[in-house]
Design a protein around this ligand. Structure first.
Ligand code: URA
Length: 198
């Protein structure tokens, strides 16, 4: 079995409600040696349909934001707190987050990213294990132990928040800029992927 396959959950029935609502398990995508790991909440309708995280409207916002700071989707790893679509897009429940936590921790351990970027309240609170006022705290870098290992986590607003509230756009962009800087991305080429030209 290849290394990538190890990170793919192909069969899980721990959450009965999610087994009923999903059409497939949506695993993380992106290189296993990515410096940045983005963590969202859980798959929505489009992600459930296509089997890839952040491919709906939020994904377009994320892709655009990454490009603006000199990154491409293929430069980063993107995953979620839960891998199965919750019914009617409700937030994942505590037990569902707990059931899926091991898969995310395994992904974090394998990647050993420079920074974990949490997209929105659910992943921020899940990984920091405290309440988070995301809009206020976006752009904040915090040390946290995940699965016993010290990690650096950057809080970011969820891309969808910028669709409902334009004032969140700048907060989102600033947090992505900080993430790119922490990952050592040089944006002096003006918004090109740092892998362009190789
Ligand atoms: N929102 C999320 O939190 N994750 C996705 O994969 C898509 C939308």
């Amino acid at each position: 079995m290849g290394e990538m396959e190890d990170l793919c959950v192909t069969d899980c029935t721990r959450c009965p409600a999610l087994v009923d609502s999903r059409s497939r398990i949506v695993n993380g995508t992106g290189p296993e040696d990515a410096d940045l790991l983005f963590v969202g909440e859980g798959p929505g309708a489009k992600e459930d349909e296509q089997g890839e995280p952040f491919v709906g409207r939020s994904g377009t916002v994320l892709d655009d934001g990454l490009r603006d700071v000199g990154l491409a989707r293929g430069d980063v790893r993107i995953s979620n707190c839960v891998r199965c679509r919750p019914p009617e897009n409700r937030d994942p429940k505590k037990d569902e987050l707990a059931n899926c936590r091991g898969y995310l921790e395994r992904e974090i351990d394998r990647l050993d990213p420079d920074v974990i970027v949490t997209l929105g309240k659910v992943p921020s609170e899940h990984l920091l294990e405290r309440s988070v006022a995301v809009t206020k705290e976006a752009g904040t870098l915090e040390d946290v132990r995940i699965g016993g290992t010290p990690r650096r986590l950057l809080i970011c607003v969820h891309p969808a928040a910028t669709l409902y509230d334009r004032s969140q756009e700048e907060t989102f962009e600033n947090a992505l800029q900080r993430a790119a800087e922490l990952a050592g991305v040089d944006d002096s080429e003006g918004g090109q992927s740092r892998l362009d030209g190789f």
